[in-house]
Design a protein. Structure first.
Length: 396
């Protein structure tokens, strides 16, 4: 295998909790040297979120592998001076403060780009750096609600439901990482960096798939549909004798095969169901028929029968089942990381599979400030005496 894809790229990560750290996690897993800059004595807020393993936050540990950590007080003049020297050595800066925070510190993009013209500055916030609501606070559930996702999630006629994973944060982190990779290509050809402005609300709108288009065409406001698809039928979960299975008949050929599996060939000739459009229009009638059929046998029976006909299907697995799924394990999507205590923690693996490059867990999550002396010594040539003085002043 060749070197890591982003080997040689240096990222200074001021972000905390989830959106920013999820962005820098992608870069770290791809081989960038990611250095977390944290508040002395406390660090990233997520270091204090449970559950804990040997005193360390599993939340923090799951998001910060392959990174280093330094501490620096950016509210002090001396800390700002050190930061300004440090930023000259980095390709990328990631932060997820409220817009304007870095400018108030005198560390905004304009100031930093004067020091480092090739710097890529990625700011991730709830509502972005422009618009009337730029200063409003936001958490994942806030942008899921405002961004429309919750209005189309949950059971039909049920209450709006938050998506189980924090996709407001995670999608912002992913879009930020994609933007950074794009900006790195621009730097190669122009030598100029740029500022990236990622809004969590924007990314929720971007994830709405065809809901906006459907409303534009029909004038009908999309609502929650449970597990079914708004325009492909049948494409849902079904209760069996002992659980649930998912069956997705995405075209007429698959529909015919599903009818064969259910031993109900007459449905293919039924005018209510003989096209996808009619099946969708008459879903309630079809749902009753299909549920009655699926409840006659076990989930295992139906999975075997559906797979025999090559119909897309699945059980609905819980997390314990997922972590033992042979396909998931074969793809190295559950990784054990070694902690400073010697304990191991299972986390999600790395989804990037590149034929000519390697990716992997190559560094344990860092202790708070673990690499301060290494980074400041290497990048700014600070000696032990200078570092000791900074510690005594609480700057690092």
């Amino acid at each position: 295998m060749s070197e890591l894809p982003l080997e040689g790229i240096k990222v200074l990560d001021l972000s905390r909790v989830l959106a920013g750290p999820y962005c820098s996690l992608q870069l770290a897993d791809l081989g960038a040297e990611v250095v977390k800059l944290e508040v002395p004595g406390r660090g990233d807020d997520s270091r204090h979120f449970g559950p804990f393993i040997e005193g360390e936050s599993s939340y923090f540990l799951s998001l910060n592998r392959n990174k280093k950590s330094i501490t620096l007080d950016l509210k002090s003049n001396e800390g700002k001076s050190i930061f300004k020297e440090l930023i000259k050595e980095y390709d990328v800066l990631v932060e997820n403060f409220r817009p304007g925070t870095m400018e108030k510190l005198g560390l905004g993009y304009e100031e930093l780009s004067d020091l480092n013209p090739g710097l890529i500055y990625a700011g991730v916030s709830g509502f972005g750096a422009t618009g009337p609501d730029t200063q409003k606070p936001a958490y994942d559930i806030v942008v899921q609600g405002r961004g429309g996702i919750m209005s189309i999630t949950g059971q039909e006629n049920g209450e709006p439901t938050r998506v189980g994973a924090s996709i407001g944060d995670i999608s912002a982190g992913l879009f930020a990482a994609i933007s950074i990779l794009s900006a790195l290509l621009v730097v190669r050809t122009t030598g100029r960096g740029q500022k990236i402005d990622i809004s969590m609300l924007d990314t929720q709108v971007a994830l709405l798939e065809n809901a906006i288009a459907r409303y534009s065409v029909t004038g009908e406001v999309p609502g929650p549909l449970g597990n079914r698809h708004p325009s492909i039928t049948p494409f849902s979960s079904f209760k069996t004798r002992d659980g649930y299975v998912i069956a997705a008949a995405g075209n007429d050929n698959l529909w015919e095969r599903l009818c064969h599996v259910l031993d109900m060939p007459e449905l293919t000739e039924d005018e209510r169901f003989n096209t996808n459009e009619r099946r969708t229009e008459n879903w309630e009638e079809l749902k009753t028929i299909l549920e009655s059929a699926f409840q006659k046998e076990s989930s295992a029976y139906w999975i075997e029968a559906l797979e025999e006909e090559n119909i897309p299907c699945s059980l609905i697995q819980d997390i314990a089942q997922l972590m033992n799924d042979p396909q998931v394990l074969a793809r190295d999507m559950i990784e054990d990381i070694q902690l400073s205590s010697g304990e191991k923690l299972s986390v999600a693996g790395i989804p990037y599979k590149l034929s000519g490059s390697s990716c992997g867990v190559f560094r344990k999550p860092p202790q708070l400030g673990e690499h301060t002396e290494e980074i400041l010594g290497k990048n700014l040539n600070m000696d032990d005496h200078e570092l000791t003085q900074l510690k005594e002043k609480g700057i690092i």
